[in-house]
Write a protein that binds this ligand. Structure first.
Ligand code: NAD
Length: 352
């Protein structure tokens, strides 16, 4: 018998090629006269050009100091600029790092947020914020950090280099796969997850083969939006836990780790979550989901083993020990031996 709880997330979404041109109208709709535009240092030039072309006098300033994992010192620096500039909102233009900064500002000030994502990470769809202070990462969930409006513009993905696009897309795929076997899975989110897996599975190899394929870019961004909704709506399991362990304690790159691990973490749950595996395999038009994800990985021009990502073999035991430290939900019980075996396969890059 069905038994579930579903809670919708209230973000307004505009999805359109060239949609960035509607940013001023979206700010107006939020009742905002001037917004502080946020970016990372490498995207500053692109973001200043966007602000000049599309925002006119709605720009209170540009703060281009956003960094991975939302360091609290950066947030404090940005808050000074918010106060001095008199900004009434933030406009985060970039990937998860930039959007994380907008969320951290919203948490502390209540300022509304317009987000314009330029990667597939999906943070703009979640009420989740991870922050780092003195090298320690903490994660919170608060409705205050969810952006009020998001513009998805597939044109902005065009500048994403293949070595970022592939892992970022598979990071999104991992949100959707885990949503299917989440502890609080529900029928609406499972529908979104299947459509996300289908769209990403179809679009990512096409994007990797031809970076000028506009239809693939659009389909991938659509899949990433749905994946973000999955991440924001239901709890994650072993995959996200192991990736946080590998990223947090061994300093391996966030999106690359997600990308590499999803065939192995889904294989960990292969027998324990048969219905989720059946739905994922169907969405990938394959017989077995972990095998299909492994096959997808081979087509994306990404790093294909933990060894290639620079993990030391001596660290595999410690990673398995850390991953089982705090018990958490997963369809198959999480054991140190089981995780160690999964890590060994990922270290070697062999089929899951
Ligand atoms: P990122 O935002 O750090 O971007 C990676 C790099 O790509 C940066 O140098 C950025 O400047 C550059 N870049 C981004 N878009 C580009 C484009 N279109 N063209 C050229 N360069 C571009 O990476 P990410 O993977 O998007 O986000 C990772 C961060 O987001 C992590 O801190 C992660 O914890 C967080 N995250 C949070 C959530 C959440 O729900 N809270 C969800 C997913 C990710």
């Amino acid at each position: 018998m069905m038994d579930f709880v579903y809670e919708g997330l209230p973000t307004r979404v505009v999805f359109a090629k060239g949609g960035r041109a509607r940013a001023a109208a979206e700010l107006k709709r939020l009742g905002v006269t001037r917004a502080l535009v946020l970016s990372t240092p490498p995207q500053e030039e692109q973001v200043r050009a966007f602000a000049e072309e599309h925002l006119g006098d709605r720009v209170a300033g540009v703060f281009a100091g956003a960094a991975m994992h939302t360091p609290v010192e950066v947030t404090e620096e940005a808050l000074t600029v918010v106060r001095e500039s008199g900004a009434e909102a933030t406009l985060a233009f970039g990937g998860g790092s930039t959007i994380g900064l907008g969320k951290a500002i919203a948490l502390r000030t209540g300022l509304p947020q317009l987000a314009i994502p330029t990667t597939f990470a999906g943070s703009e769809m979640t009420p989740i914020l991870g922050q780092t202070e003195a090298g320690r990462k903490t994660t919170l969930r608060d409705a205050k950090v969810l952006p009020q409006a998001v513009i998805y513009d597939p044109d902005l993905i065009a500048t994403l280099p293949t070595f970022i696009a592939g892992p970022s897309g598979m990071n999104a795929m991992a949100h959707a796969i885990e949503a299917l076997y989440a502890e609080n899975a529900n029928p609406i989110v499972s529908l979104m997850a299947q459509e996300s897996i289908r769209a990403l599975g179809s679009a990512l190899p096409k994007m990797a083969a031809d970076s000028a394929d506009e239809a693939a870019r659009s389909e991938a961004l659509y899949g990433a939006w749905l994946a973000g909704l999955c991440l924001g709506s239901v709890g994650m399991a072993i995959h996200h836990k192991i990736c946080h362990t590998l990223g947090g304690s061994f300093d391996l790159p966030h999106a690359d780790v997600h990308c590499l691990m999803i065939p192995y973490s889904s294989a960990y749950n292969r027998e324990a979550a048969p219905e989720a595996m059946r739905l994922a395999a169907g969405a990938l038009d394959a017989g077995d989901a972990p095998d299909a994800l492994y096959g997808l990985l081979q087509k994306l021009g990404v790093k294909k083993s933990l060894a290639e990502l620079g993990m030391a073999p001596a660290d595999l035991d410690r990673a398995a020990a850390i991953a089982v430290e705090n018990p958490y939900y997963n369809p198959r019980p999480v054991t140190r031996e089981g995780v160690r075996e999964m890590l060994q396969a990922a270290y070697e890059g062999r089929p899951p």
